[in-house]
Design a binder for this molecule. Structure first.
Ligand SMILES: Nc1ncnc2c1ncn2[C@@H]1O[C@H](COP(=O)(O)OP(=O)(O)OP(=O)(O)O)[C@@H](O)[C@H]1O
Ligand SMILES: [Mg+2]
Length: 356
C-alpha cells in the first residue's frame, strides 16, 4: 500500500504532506498525539537491493545521535515496498527559504554555522558522516527569540540510499552508486574514494561561502560540469567580489574547508568549529552580499550518481583549473626539488670558494 494522507504507518497517522524531495515524501504525522515528521523513501530508491538489515543497522546508529542541533530519529522501518524514517517534527522553514531573497545578517550566519558545525561535530564523534549538508537540510524552528533554533535533518540518509560498495583499494566498485547533491559534494565523493568527516567539512565550507556571498562557488547548470568543478576548478576568491567584505582570516578559513585534498582541510567538524572560534572576533563581522530575487535559485536536490557518470567527470578537464601545485603531493615534490636545487647551488658555491 502506498502511504498517503489519512493512512497509518506503524501506528503513526499521516496527517498532511510537508514537502517532497528527490529522496522521498515528508509527512506530518502523529502517534499518540505526539507530532512527528515521517519521511517515506521513494520506492525507486528502496527496491534496489536495499538490504533490510543494512537499513536497520544504519538507522540504529542514527538514532543514537542526541544533540539539540540534530533532528532526533524516533524510529525506522520497512513496510512492504516502502522504507520510512520517523523524526522529531520541527515547526519552521528550511534555511534555503530564509536566504532565497534576502541577505541574512552576519550574526545570523555565524549562529547558523556554529549550530551546524556543532551538529556535525557530534555526529563525527559517533562515526556518522552527514554526506548531504545543504540549506534544505537545515531547519529553522519558529521561535520568539531573535535567533532561531537550528536543526540539521537527514544525517546519514545519503549513505542509507547509496550502494557504496568499496573494493580493496577503498575505491567504489563499478556497481557503486552514490546519492548526494552535486552543488555541495566534496571532490572525494565525486571521485568515489571512501570518504571521511572532512567531506562534511567541504560542504560546510560551501555553505559558509553561500551565506556570505549569496552564491555558491560553482554554479554550473549541467550536472557533469558541476561534478568536474569540485575536482578541478578553483573556487572564486570571495575577497575579489565587490559586494562582499570579509576579514582575511575568515577567507582563509573558508579556503581551507574547500581544499581539494581532504588532508588539507580541517580534520572534522569539531576541528573546523575550534578554528572558527579562534578567529579574530573582527572576522565575524563581515558584510553579506545582497540576493538577486529574480535569479532562479540553482538546483540543490539530491540525486543518484552512477559510477559511469563519476568516471566521466574524472576524465574531463575544465577551463579554470586548479593550478597543479595546489595538490598536496605535487607541492611536496616541488618543495623537495627546490630544496635539492638550493643545496646543489650552495654546494657548488662552497666548493668554488674552497678552490680559491
Ligand atoms: N523533521 C522535519 N520537521 C519538519 N519538516 C521537515 C522535517 N524534515 C523535512 N522536512 C520538510 O520536508 C520537506 C522535504 O524534505 P526532503 O528532505 O524530502 O527534501 P529536501 O531536503 O528539500 O531535498 P532532498 O531530497 O534533495 O534532500 C522540506 O521542505 C523540509 O522542510
Ligand atoms: Mg532533506
Amino acid at each position: 500500500m502506498k502511504p498517503s494522507i489519512g493512512s497509518e504507518l506503524d501506528g503513526i497517522r499521516l496527517i498532511r504532506k510537508l514537502g517532497e524531495g528527490a529522496t522521498g515524501i515528508v509527512f506530518y504525522g502523529e502517534r499518540e498525539n505526539l507530532p512527528l515528521a515521517v519521511k517515506v523513501l521513494s520506492p525507486g530508491l528502496t527496491n534496489e537491493p536495499l538490504i533490510e538489515q543494512r537499513f536497520k543497522r544504519e538507522a540504529a546508529v542514527l538514532s543514537k545521535l542526541s544533540h539539540p542541533n540534530v533532528v532526533a530519529i524516533k524510529g525506522a522501518s520497512i513496510e512492504g515496498q516502502f522504507a520510512y524514517i520517523a523524526m522529531e517534527y520541527v515547526e519552521g522553514d528550511p534555511l534555503s527559504a530564509e536566504i532565497r531573497s534576502k541577505a541574512p545578517a552576519a550574526a545570523f550566519c555565524v549562529h547558523v554555522m556554529r549550530a551546524v558545525m556543532s551538529a556535525a561535530a557530534h555526529a563525527h564523534e559517533y562515526g556518522v558522516i552527514h554526506r548531504d549538508i545543504k540549506p534544505t537540510n537545515i531547519l529553522l524552528e519558529n521561535s520568539e527569540d531573535e535567533l532561531p533554533r537550528v536543526v540539521v535533518a537527514d544525517f546519514g540518509l545519503a549513505k542509507l540510499l547509496s550502494l557504496d560498495e568499496f573494493g580493496e583499494d577503498q575505491t567504489l566498485t563499478r556497481r557503486g552508486r552514490i546519492v548526494g547533491t552535486p552543488a555541495y559534494m566534496a571532490p572525494e565523493q565525486v571521485s568515489g574514494i571512501s570518504i571521511g568527516p572532512s567531506a562534511d567539512v567541504y560542504s560546510l565550507g560551501i555553505l559558509m561561502f553561500e551565506l556570505i556571498s549569496g552564491r555558491r562557488p560553482f554554479e554550473h547548470k549541467r550536472r557533469r560540469d558541476m561534478l568536474r568543478a569540485h575536482l578541478f576548478e578553483r573556487p572564486p576568491a570571495l575577497s575579489a567580489m565587490p559586494e562582499v567584505r570579509l576579514h582575511s582570516e575568515l577567507e582563509k578559513w573558508i579556503e581551507r574547508a574547500l581544499e581539494k585534498e581532504p588532508a588539507d582541510r580541517f580534520e572534522d567538524a569539531g576541528a573546523m568549529l575550534e578554528a572558527f572560534e579562534a578567529l579574530d572576533p573582527k572576522a565575524l563581522q563581515f558584510t553579506v552580499a545582497g540576493r538577486n530575487a529574480e535569479q532562479e535559485p540553482a538546483k540543490s536536490v539530491s540525486v543518484e550518481i552512477s559510477a559511469a557518470e563519476r568516471a566521466e567527470a574524472l576524465k574531463k578537464k575544465t577551463k579554470n583549473p586548479v593550478p597543479i601545485t595546489s595538490r598536496a603531493w605535487v607541492r611536496g615534490l616541488v618543495w623537495a626539488a627546490g630544496f635539492g636545487l638550493l643545496s646543489a647551488v650552495a654546494a657548488i658555491a662552497g666548493y668554488s670558494t674552497t678552490l680559491r
